[in-house]
Write a protein that binds this ligand. Structure first.
Ligand code: GLA
Length: 744
C-alpha cells in the first residue's frame, strides 16, 4: 500500500517540478528518538546524533519498531544566486516526501507545517501517513538564512508502529506556477449553449496575473478554429473564471493556456465538448431490458420492464403465470413462483404513440439469480459518508423521473454510513438518525419495481469506521430481510484486524471464511439477496467468488474519476479475467465515475473528459461489469443521461450469453476488446489510449480478431451502420469506437 502511493506521489512531483528550481536535496539527516522540543532549534548541537536515510522508514534502519517519537535534523545552505535563476520567485517548497504518521516541522526553530494529530492534541492521535508533506515558505520570509546554515527539524510521531520519513528524500525548491496555481475547465452552460468555465485558482496567499489564451481546435488536423486572449489574475483567495462557449462538436477541443506575466511560466488545460451521440429515443414504446430474469423459488420477484417512450404508458400481459402480478402503470412485476422452471409470457406496453411487445422468460431455480449484471445506483461515489435517506430517495426518484429505470437501472444501494454507533441490547443492528425508515424506503422501491441494496463488512468496523457484522452475521442477515434488502455489498476492511490474528492467515481458506459465513445466513432468508463481495481482488477472488455463492466480486481497489484510475482499473487490471465471469457471477471493476461525484457532501462534475466517459461506459459494457451509477442522479445532465441510456450500448452489458470481453489486440496505444454475443455477432471496442487522436483501420487487425470478411458493422453509440468496405475511423485521444460486428 505504501509503495503504491509513493509511486503516485512521484508522478505528481515530476509533473509540477517542470518549472521549479531545486535549491537543495538529500536523503540523509541526523536522527534521535524522544520527545524533546529543544531539538527544533537551529542552534541545538546534533554532532553526536546518528545518521539516517530519510527515504526509508526508521524501523528498517535499526530503530526499534515500537519507537513513537523521532526527530530528524537536516542542515542546508540555500543560495541566493540559485534563487535568482528561478523565473518565479514567490515561494519555497519544503518537500519531505511521506511521513508515517504525524509530523511537526520547523525551519530554524519556527513552525512551517504540520500534518496529522498528536496524542496530546485535541481529539487525540490521528494518522495521516498517506499525505505527502509539502510546506510552503514565502521567499522573503526573514527566517530563511540565505547562504548560511539552516536547520530543518522534523518531529515525527509514529503511533508505536513502524514509522518515520520515507519516499523520494527531502528537497527545497523554488515553487513553479503549477505548485501555486491550477487551471481547469468545468462544464457550464454559457448563454444557453454548451460551454465550459475555465478556472484559474491560486492556492496560496499571493497574486498571479497573466494572459489566458483560448483556442478552439479541430482535433483531426490541429487547425485553430478560433482564438481569444484575456488578461486575468487570481490568488489571495480569489479564483478567476472565464466562461467560454464550446458547442457540442465531437471534433473540437478547447485548449486553454495561462502565461504568468513576470516568469512566462505556463499552465495548460483542455476541455472536450460533451457531445451527445445517443439518438433520441422514439416516442412509441420500446423495450430496453433483456428478455430474461431469474429468481430462486419462493423468493419475491422485484422486476421492472424497462420501456422508453412518452408517458403515460400502460402495461399488460395476457398470459402471466399464476402467482405473478404486473403493475399496469409502471411495468413492475411482482409476486412469487414456488416451482423451478422457465415461465415464458408476453408483455405489451402501450402509449399515445403506439405499442410494443416483449416475449419474456422468468427463470426460477436455485442457480438463476443475476443472469445479467446488476444495473442501478450506489451512494458511495457521490455522497461518501455523508449519505442520508433523503439523498437516497432523491436519486431513486430521479431513476424513475429521468427515465433511467426505462433502461434497466433498478438497484438503489446504500453504501457505508447508515449504521448507528451501537447495536441494540439484543445485538440487533440499528440505523443512525440519517435513516429514519429503512423498511419504508424498501417498500417504496419495491412498489416501483426497483430493488434495495445495503453495505456491511465482515469485520467489527467498515472502511468508514461504522459498525460491521462481525459476530452478528445471522442477526444482520435477518435485519436485511425485514427491511426488504435485495443486495448486500460485503466489504472486507475492518476484518483485517481479526484476520491478522488468525493462525491460518496465510491460507486461501482464511480469506474465504468470512464470506462463506455471511452467505450461509443470506441463503436462510426467504428472499434473493444479490451477494457482492468487496475485498479489492485479493487472492484472485474471481477464482473462488462463485464458491461462496457470490454474484459479483470487486477485482480491484477503489476507482476515482481520473484517467489514471480508469486506465489502471479498466484496462490494466481486467485483461484475462473473462473466463471467470458469466450468468450468476460477475467481475466488478467498481462503480461508474460519471456525472456529479465527490465522495462527500461536496459534489463536482466527473473529471473525466467526454471521450474518457464514452470509453468508460463502453468498456464496462464490454466487461459485463456491474453498472452501478455513482453520481447524484437528481442532478443528472443531458450528456450523462445519454451516456447511461443508450439501449444498444446497454444491450452489450446485458447480453444473455454473459461472456465478458477480453483484450484481443494491444498495438501501441490501440487496444481492441471483443465479446461474443448471444446472437452470434461480436461486440468490439476499439480504444485509443494515447494522448493524440489517430486513424485506426480495423482491417489491420482482422487476423488477430479472427475476422475473414465483414458482413455488417454497427456503430453502437451512434446507432448507425458503417461501411464494411472501409472500416477505418478517427479515434480521439482516450476515445473509443464501440461496434457490433457480424463477420465470417
Ligand atoms: C471501501 C470500498 C468502497 C466503499 C468504502 C466505504 O473503500 O471499496 O467501495 O464501499 O469502502 O467506506
Amino acid at each position: 500500500m505504501k509503495q503504491k502511493l509513493l509511486g503516485l506521489a512521484l508522478v505528481a512531483f515530476t509533473a509540477s517540478a517542470a518549472f521549479s528550481q531545486t535549491l537543495f536535496s538529500t536523503r540523509e539527516a541526523k536522527f534521535a528518538t524522544g520527545d524533546n522540543s529543544d531539538y527544533k532549534s537551529a542552534e541545538y548541537d546534533d554532532a553526536s546524533w546518528r545518521k539516517i536515510d530519510v527515504s526509508r522508514v526508521w524501523d528498517n534502519q535499526g530503530v526499534p519498531a515500537d519507537t513513537r517519537h523521532g526527530w530528524y535534523r537536516i542542515h542546508f545552505t540555500p543560495s541566493k544566486a540559485d534563487l535568482g535563476k528561478a523565473s518565479l520567485k514567490q515561494y519555497l517548497i519544503v518537500d519531505l516526501g511521506t511521513v508515517d504518521d504525524v509530523d511537526r516541522t520547523y525551519l530554524n526553530g519556527k513552525p512551517i507545517g504540520a500534518t496529522g494529530s498528536l496524542p496530546s492534541d485535541e481529539g487525540g492521535y490521528r494518522s495521516q501517513w498517506y499525505t505527502p508533506r509539502r510546506y510552503f515558505i514565502p521567499v522573503d520570509d526573514k527566517n530563511i538564512r540565505w547562504d548560511k546554515d539552516n536547520v530543518l527539524a522534523v518531529h515525527c510521531y509514529s503511533g508505536g508502529e513502524p514509522g518515520g520519513m520515507f519516499g523520494q528524500g527531502v528537497s527545497v525548491r523554488v515553487a513553479g506556477i503549477a505548485d501555486i496555481a491550477s487551471l481547469s475547465c468545468v462544464p457550464a452552460e454559457v448563454k444557453g449553449s454548451p460551454g465550459c468555465k475555465v478556472e484559474l485558482k491560486g492556492n496560496l496567499p499571493s497574486s498571479i496575473s497573466g494572459k489566458l489564451k483560448l483556442d478552439l481546435v479541430d482535433i483531426r488536423d490541429g487547425k485553430v478554429l478560433s482564438s481569444t486572449v484575456r488578461k486575468i489574475s487570481a490568488g489571495n483567495g480569489k479564483t478567476a473564471d472565464v466562461e467560454v462557449p464550446v458547442g457540442d462538436n465531437e471534433n473540437t477541443v478547447l485548449l486553454a493556456t495561462f502565461t504568468e506575466t513576470k516568469s512566462g511560466q505556463e499552465l495548460k488545460a483542455r476541455y472536450e465538448p460533451r457531445y451527445i451521440l445517443t439518438p433520441v429515443a422514439p416516442e412509441a414504446p420500446r423495450f430496453n431490458t433483456a428478455a430474461v430474469y431469474g429468481v430462486r423459488p419462493g423468493s419475491p420477484v422485484h422486476f421492472r420492464f424497462g420501456v422508453s417512450g412518452v408517458k403515460p404508458m400502460t402495461f399488460l400481459s395476457k398470459d402471466l403465470p399464476e402467482g405473478l402480478q404486473l403493475n399496469a402503470e409502471n411495468g413492475a412485476l411482482s409476486g412469487r413462483l414456488m416451482k423451478d422452471g422457465e415461465y415464458t409470457f408476453t408483455v405489451t406496453a402501450k402509449n399515445a404513440k403506439g405499442m410494443a411487445a416483449q416475449t419474456f422468460t422468468l427463470y426460477v431455480g436455485d442457480d438463476k439469480m443475476a443472469l445479467t449484471p446488476p444495473m442501478g445506483w450506489n451512494s458511495w461515489n457521490c455522497w461518501g459518508l455523508s449519505v442520508t435517506q433523503d439523498k437516497v430517495m432523491s436519486s431513486a426518484k430521479a431513476m424513475i423521473d429521468k427515465g433511467l429505470a426505462d433502461y434497466g437501472y433498478s438497484y438503489v444501494n446504500i453504501d457505508d454510513a447508515w449504521e448507528a454507533p451501537e447495536r441494540a441490547a439484543d445485538g440487533t443492528i440499528v440505523v443512525n438518525e440519517k435513516f429514519p425508515d429503512m423498511k419504508g424506503l424498501g417498500d417504496w422501491l419495491h412498489s416501483n419495481g426497483l430493488k434495495f441494496g445495503i453495505y456491511s463488512s465482515p469485520g467489527d468496523l467498515t472502511c468508514g469506521a461504522y459498525l460491521g457484522s462481525l459476530d452478528h452475521e445471522k442477526q444482520d442477515a435477518e435485519s436485511y430481510n425485514s427491511w426488504g434488502i435485495d443486495y448486500l455489498k460485503y466489504d472486507w476492511c475492518g476484518y483485517s484486524q481479526k484476520h491478522n490474528k488468525e493462525r491460518d492467515k496465510e491460507t486461501l481458506a482464511s480469506y474465504i471464511r468470512p464470506y462463506m459465513l455471511m452467505e450461509k445466513y443470506l441463503r436462510e432468508q426467504p428472499r434473493d439477496i444479490f451477494y457482492s463481495l468487496c475485498q479489492y481482488g485479493w487472492q484472485d477472488v474471481w477464482k473462488w467468488g462463485r464458491m461462496v455463492d457470490a454474484n459479483s466480486w470487486r477485482t480491484t481497489g477503489d476507482i476515482t474519476d481520473t484517467w489514471g484510475s480508469l486506465y489502471e482499473i479498466g484496462f490494466n487490471s481486467q485483461a484475462g479475467l473473462a473466463p471467470y465471469a458469466g450468468p450468476g457471477g460477475w467481475n466488478d471493476p467498481d462503480m461508474l465515475i460519471v456525472g456529479k461525484v465527490g465522495w462527500s457532501d461536496k459534489l463536482r462534475d466527473s473529471r473525466l473528459t467526454a471521450n474518457e466517459q464514452y470509453t468508460h461506459i463502453s468498456l464496462w459494457a464490454l466487461l459485463a461489469a456491474n453498472m452501478l451509477i455513482g453520481c447524484d442522479m437528481s442532478q443528472l445532465d443531458d450528456f450523462t443521461i445519454n451516456l447511461l441510456c443508450n439501449n444498444e450500448v446497454n444491450a452489450i452489458n446485458q447480453d444473455v450469453l454473459g461472456r465478458q470481453a477480453d483484450r484481443a489486440v494491444e498495438d501501441g496505444n490501440i487496444q481492441i476488446w471483443t465479446r461474443p454475443l448471444a446472437d452470434g455477432t461480436m461486440a468490439i471496442g476499439v480504444f485509443n489510449l494515447g494522448e493524440e487522436g489517430m486513424d485506426v483501420n480495423l482491417a489491420k487487425y482482422f487476423g488477430q480478431l479472427g475476422i475473414g470478411k465483414l458482413n455488417s458493422v454497427r456503430d453502437l453509440w451512434r446507432q448507425t451502420d458503417l461501411d464494411t468496405a472501409n472500416p477505418s475511423w478517427f479515434i480521439p485521444r482516450h476515445g473509443v469506437r464501440l461496434l457490433k460486428v457480424n463477420a465470417e
